[in-house]
Structures are given as structure tokens and as C-alpha cells.
Design a protein around this ligand. Structure first.
Ligand SMILES: *Cc1c(COP(=O)(O)O)cnc(C)c1O
Length: 495
């Protein structure tokens, strides 16, 4: 049967992996976490000889212990196929003194595809295993990329429906176009007049509403989540850190067992938490470098031990990281607090009531492997231009936050050990910001002229995801106040 997951806010609430995936969120707003991470007891040399799917199986079978081998193979084979534009799934490339882990080769050209390609398979398999006869309604808040990746994953998947909320004025034009042109018959998309935190809070509130759950249940529905609060998102994200490390072993860049650094452009803290979980499973990591944009709540947290969201919400050129409440940080807080649900609940209560909390010195000491810093919009643009001028490689704004912060880290510490930088989106997704960083005069061009120019400069083929939206009609035009999210969801479900 394997191990259970436990709520970060109630030690008595446990779930199998498949139950945790189905539920998404625990009661009382808690997140499901494993008590201890299982060891990845396969030699790195052996993993180095495996392809992406094989590595995925080794990692995921240890984390999702109530799935059979057959079920997992079915999920993995269904997810990591020709939807990705390279057999490598997540290629590692050397530029600007670091190993850039390209996580944007999936259907919607952002790293969210890495997990959201497999989540629908995990979810429908979990439903079958647990004898669920209700239709699963995926509720999703997005800062831009989760939305389309989740829509693409769940579109027309039998037994599911999906509703996505995004901040109407807080995503890039291409991100918005990708979402509102979604054709899946079981999909619903709405912009809200608020920011990402408002969308995420609205979704979390619906999850916690017992009356609403009852009403849904009577109509044959049950909610689940495609946000990174769902462990079905986190577990597939552990895979690519193990995969990229073992590619470096295979290339002879490092020896099995050598430490590396991992740099992650961070918003909701899901991606970097997956790197941390990979290290708890045995991946040798020297530093986790947490890169923020101007919404630098995490940088302040790592510097002071105080998490404080009471500040202005800034719209930046890296919108997928415009977040002040990093949900997955709770999983780290819970762990460094000694897996103490009581203690964690107190801190999260303080966050909900006062917008802030402060960890103890002891907890702070256990964060010694984390380094936080941030880059402002101007630095992000400078770095895009600099990296392009070096060897013609073009990175997106989020990746540029990470590269900028890595440059600062190197300058501060003189550390030269091999470093993997998570590249979380294709530059095609943020064409205007990327192209005007390279040359300000491009700003006069139309969105799709910029796409063609980017193709010319980077000599990277325009991704299918972009070609598709050139002419696609808008299907979704709902805009609602954040107070009305529940109403529009009910409307979508015909309730
Ligand atoms: C979601 C996203 C991030 C932030 O990842 P988290 O897991 O939320 O920290 C960074 N970059 C891009 C392009 C994203 O879509």
C-alpha cells in the first residue's frame, strides 16, 4: 500500500496518493504532504541511461505508491508523447555559463505542461481506483500559464470539466489569447477584475465551502484542483530535476554524486519545492536559488524569516510570477517546523488574518540551502539582451529573472559549481517584452510581426501553440468580479 499523505493543517487527516490527487486540497485549507520523502534508490549512472519516461516511472512510482505499475505506465506513456516537440521532453542546453533546462517543449510552451500533461491521466485513474462516479470539476486560478496548460490537458477528457480564472489585466496578450480560444467542450474560462491572489483565494474559498460541496454532490459533481497545491502537479515536477542531473552525469559534466545548484524563477513556490523534494529523495543539491521579480516577498522572507504580503502588487514583465501568496511555501514551512500541523496552522492563520508571519530562528537555520534574490524589470530586459548578444540564444522574461539572479549569486559568492537553471517558458509566449528588450524599436510592430521577427533572430521554429492562435476565434468572453466566481461556476455547471 505504501505511505500516506497528511494535511499540513491537521495531523489526523491522511490520504493515499490517489485520494490526495482527487481532493487537491485538504480540509481547512491544508496541503497534502508525505511524512518523509522516499529514497530514490537507483544509481545515477543507471538513471543516466534511461529516457524521460523511464526516469519518470522511477520517481513517480516511489511517490504515488497506491498506483499500480500498469496504471503509472499508462499515465506516463499517455502524457509524454508527441505532444512534446522533442523526444528529449526537457532538453538541457549550455548558455551563459549555466545548464538551461528547457521546460517549455509541451503543448502550451510553458513548464506547466510538464505536470499538466499527466495530471488528467492521474486524476481519471485515481477516480476509477476510488470508485468515484461523480463528474470531476477542475477549478483553476492562473497567473497565465497554468490556465492554458490545464485546459489543454483536460479538454474533452470524459468525466471531467474545467473552469479557469485569470486576472483580466494581469496576463500577456498571447497568454490570454491562448486561453480564450480554447475549444474543448467541457471548458470554461473567465477573466476576473482582480489579481492572481484574488483568483487563487476565490478558488480556495470554493474548495473549503462545505455547503457548496454538498450542492455539487447532489448534482453529481465534485471539485478538484489543477493548481500546484495538488500533489499530482508536484510529483511530475520532481522528475525533470532528476532527469537533468542525470543528463549531466551522462555527458560527463559531473560525476554521479557531485552537488549542483538549481535556480528557479519562482511564483507560487511549486517548481522550486519540487527541486527541494528531489533533493530529499537523494539528488545532491548545494543551493536552491529562488529567483523573484519585483514582487519579492520570497526574497524578503529568505533574508529576514518574516513573510509579509502587505505590500503593493506589482505588474511586471514576468506575469506568471506576479504573486504575493506563494501557496506551496506552506509545505516547506511545515517541514522545517518539524512536520507540526499545529504550529503550521498558527502561522497560516496569521497569514490569513494579518498578511504576515515570522518563523523561529531554528526554522530559519534549516533554510541554509536556500538563497533568495530578485531582479527588476530593467535587469530582466538587460539580461535578455546580454544573453542574446553572447550567442544568439533568446530566453523569456521568467527565465531571465532566474539568469539575472544567478549572475548576482555568482558575483556575491564566487561559487562556480555546475548550475541548472529552470527555463520555464518559451520566449514566444512573451514576445513583446522579449523583443523590445533586444531592441526598443520593435515596440512599434504588431504581435504577430514580432513573432516572425523572433523566429528570424532566434532561428527557432514558431511553435504550433503560437501558429494555432494566429487566426483562432475567441470562444470565452466572460469577465466577472472576484465576488462572483462561485456564481459563474454554478452557471457553467447548469446549477
Ligand atoms: C508558473 C510559472 C512560474 C512560477 O512557478 P511556481 O511553481 O508557481 O513557482 C515561473 N515561470 C513561468 C513561465 C510560469 O508559468
Amino acid at each position: 500500500m505504501g505511505f500516506l499523505y497528511r494535511s499540513t493543517r491537521n495531523a489526523n487527516e491522511t490520504a493515499t496518493a490517489s485520494q490526495a490527487i482527487l481532493k487537491g486540497l485538504a480540509e481547512e485549507g491544508g496541503l497534502f504532504v508525505p511524512d518523509e520523502l522516499p529514497l530514490l534508490d537507483v544509481p545515477f549512472e543507471e538513471l543516466a541511461a534511461m529516457n524521460y519516461k523511464e526516469v519518470a516511472f522511477e520517481v513517480m512510482s516511489r511517490m504515488l505508491t497506491d498506483f499500480t505499475d500498469e496504471e503509472l505506465h499508462y499515465c506516463i506513456d499517455g502524457a509524454y508523447d508527441s505532444k512534446f516537440d522533442t523526444d528529449l521532453i526537457a532538453p538541457v542546453k549550455y548558455h551563459h555559463g549555466a545548464y538551461i533546462l528547457e521546460l517549455f517543449h509541451g503543448k502550451t510552451i510553458a513548464f506547466k505542461d510538464m505536470a499538466l500533461s499527466i495530471l488528467p491521466y492521474l486524476m481519471t485513474t485515481a477516480a476509477k481506483k476510488n470508485g468515484i462516479d461523480k463528474e470531476i470539476v477542475i477549478l483553476t486560478a492562473t497567473s497565465g500559464d497554468t490556465g492554458k496548460a490545464a485546459l489543454a490537458g483536460f479538454a474533452d477528457v470524459p468525466g471531467t470539466r474545467i473552469a479557469v480564472f485569470y486576472p483580466k489585466s494581469g496576463v500577456s496578450p498571447i497568454q490570454e489569447k491562448q486561453m480564450v480560444t480554447e475549444k474543448g467542450k467541457n471548458t470554461f474560462v473567465a477573466g476576473i477584475t482582480g489579481n492572481f491572489d484574488d483568483a487563487q483565494t476565490g478558488v480556495k474559498n470554493m474548495f473549503q465551502d462545505k455547503e457548496l460541496a454538498k450542492e455539487l454532490s447532489d448534482k453529481g459533481f465534485q471539485f478538484s484542483s489543477a493548481n500546484s497545491i495538488n500533489i499530482g502537479r508536484l510529483v511530475p515536477q520532481i522528475v525533470y530535476y532528476v532527469y537533468s542531473y542525470t543528463r549531466l552525469v551522462a555527458a560527463g559534466t559531473i560525476n554521479a554524486g557531485d552537488e549542483i545548484n538549481i535556480v528557479v524563477p519562482t511564483g507560487n513556490f511549486g517548481n522550486i519545492l519540487a527541486a527541494y523534494y528531489a533533493s530529499l529523495m537523494g539528488l545532491p543539491v548545494h543551493k536552491f536559488i529562488c529567483a523573484s521579480n519585483d514582487n519579492k516577498v520570497l526574497y524578503d522572507f529568505f533574508s529576514t524569516g518574516k513573510y509579509d504580503k502587505n505590500r503593493e502588487f506589482i505588474l511586471t514583465s514576468s506575469p506568471s510570477m506576479d504573486i504575493l501568496i506563494s501557496s506551496n511555501l506552506e509545505r516547506l514551512i511545515y517541514r522545517i517546523g518539524g512536520n507540526d500541523a499545529e504550529k503550521n496552522s498558527q502561522l497560516m492563520k496569521s497569514l490569513a488574518e494579518n498578511g504576515s508571519y515570522e518563523i523561529t530562528d531554528e526554522m530559519k537555520h534549516s533554510l541554509f540551502k536556500f538563497y533568495g534574490n530578485y531582479a527588476n524589470t530593467e535587469e530582466v530586459a538587460d539580461t535578455i539582451r546580454k544573453v542574446y548578444e553572447e550567442d544568439g540564444y533568446i530566453i523569456d522574461t521568467h527565465t531571465s529573472v532566474a539568469v539575472s539572479v544567478y549572475d548576482k549569486y555568482k558575483e556575491e559568492t564566487g561559487d562556480t559549481i555546475p548550475t541548472i537553471i529552470a527555463s520555464t517558458a518559451s520566449p514566444y509566449k512573451f514576445t513583446r517584452s522579449v523583443m523590445t528588450a533586444i531592441d526598443g524599436s520593435y515596440d512599434s510592430m504588431e504581435d504577430f510581426e514580432l513573432v516572425d521577427k523572433l523566429c528570424e533572430l532566434s532561428r527557432v521554429k514558431v511553435p504550433t501553440a503560437i501558429e494555432e492562435i494566429r487566426t483562432a476565434p475567441v470562444v470565452h468572453d466572460t469577465v466577472c468580479d472576484k465576488e462572483d466566481m462561485e456564481k459563474v461556476v454554478k452557471n457553467f455547471l447548469g446549477m
